[in-house]
Design a protein around this ligand. Sequence first.
Ligand SMILES: Cc1cc2nc3c(=O)[nH]c(=O)nc-3n(C[C@H](O)[C@H](O)[C@H](O)COP(=O)(O)OP(=O)(O)OC[C@H]3O[C@@H](n4cnc5c(N)ncnc54)[C@H](O)[C@@H]3O)c2cc1C
Length: 474
Amino acid sequence: MGRRTVTATRRRVVQGLGALATLPRAVRAAPLTTDVVVAGAGLAGLNAALILEEQGYKVTVLEAGPGPGGRVQTRDIGGRLQELGASDIGTGYGRVLDQIQRRGLETVPWNIRVRPFTYHVNGRLVAGKDWAGSQANRLEGDERALLPAMLEMHYLGRNPLKEPDDWLQPEFRSLDIPADDWFGAQGASTEARRLIGASFQLSESRGTSALSVLRDGAILKASGANWQGKPPPMQQVEGGNQRLPQAMAAALKTPLRTGTAVQGVRAAGTGIDVASSDGQTYRARRVILAVPLTALRRIRFEPALPSDQARAFREMGYSRTSKFYLRATQPFWETDGLDASLWTDTELERIFALEGADGSVTNLLVWLNRTAPPFDRLTGADARAYVLKRLAELRPATAGKVEVIAEHSWLTTAGIEGCLARYGPGQVTAFADVLPRPHGAVHFAGEHTRRVDVGMEAAMASGERAALEVIAAG
Ligand SMILES: Cc1cc2nc3c(=O)[nH]c(=O)nc-3n(C[C@H](O)[C@H](O)[C@H](O)COP(=O)(O)OP(=O)(O)OC[C@H]3O[C@@H](n4cnc5c(N)ncnc54)[C@H](O)[C@@H]3O)c2cc1C
């Protein structure tokens, strides 16, 4: 074998666990030893690491990206701090609020106000006040009086789940059916079901389990949300939510290793060898993988995962919303005399007109269904041009009066590749208990393993659970 071939072979094998098996002992870097390796410096991984450090464990946190935060990222867009991912901190977020306080940060009331909506439904542009009598309104009976944005809430008022953990109880497993079927069983008309599908953040009411939708309804209700009226007050971290994971990472005793992706975990004696993209092997007693399922799919396990767990990691879906940030160069809503925000039954879904403290519209935020053709094939300048063209078709007054100033797609964000894990019909039954189950000395955390919380709080709770598993294992 020639020298170049040997080098190429070596380069290939150091990509994963092959390195551990194939390379002669002399050329392997000595393993770095630690008590626990945590993969992923999102809120789940960071919370697990801080709890374990407090209990005296030596913890090494490996993060594939350039910094901590994962799906909590703040950017200055158009002179205003915007959250690319998690924005709202609920009143029931005990763990998040505790960490904010412990890291010396402050919360401020949710500072974004959304202007009222105009509707674009069934090809017509309709003012909210004209909806009930509009030709665009193909709803039936009492539904006709409900704005499209309220339909989902209206039917979720019949949620049979009362407690946040009801979704895990065997007696509710019969609700592990397409969400669309459940809304139909509540008497929602065909048109109401179509509009709920469009108002569903996920745009996939057939591909989503009703049980997981009802779970979120029960959790939000327990946190004080009132489906028919005002949502509970929301907060943000002063200076942007991203300051929280940054402060948590700064509090780690062993500095966070960024740009270091875990590629493989292999049981070795009483511990685990972790292969990472920096070519280094870490030897630990326990490992916590706090990375999204999209990233877990690329990690090699020795011994292999049990088939039900491998299937769960492989088959769970993710929601795929993209965000575009627009600036109104002229107040187009004064041209057509309609409310500034726009709710549509098209792939452009929602355009939120965001109000600054002085009451003026500072930005427009488009939530767009990334899976809808032709947008699924467009990137960069083509995608931006498409958004503006499509918006002008839906609402002619915007033509020449808005520009795209930023965009963010979680689907194309390396290491994450989706918004939120989504249970399909039947998958709560098949996967809910399997996702968080430890595999030997490897533990799992992250929002996809959530139980009775949502969002950032769920990520923190999952990290806490995994840390407690490690502590209990001794
Ligand atoms: C658009 C959007 C809006 C949201 N809005 C809200 C909201 O308003 N309120 C709320 O509470 N929640 C909200 N959420 C949810 C919240 O952001 C998440 O639940 C939470 O941040 C997830 O944390 P996590 O630690 O589980 O995962 P992540 O934050 O995704 O962290 C995982 C980390 O693992 C890293 N990683 C990946 N692969 C590897 C590897 N092989 N090795 C090492 N590291 C790796 C990733 O780079 C990432 O940093 C929102 C999410 C999105 C996307």
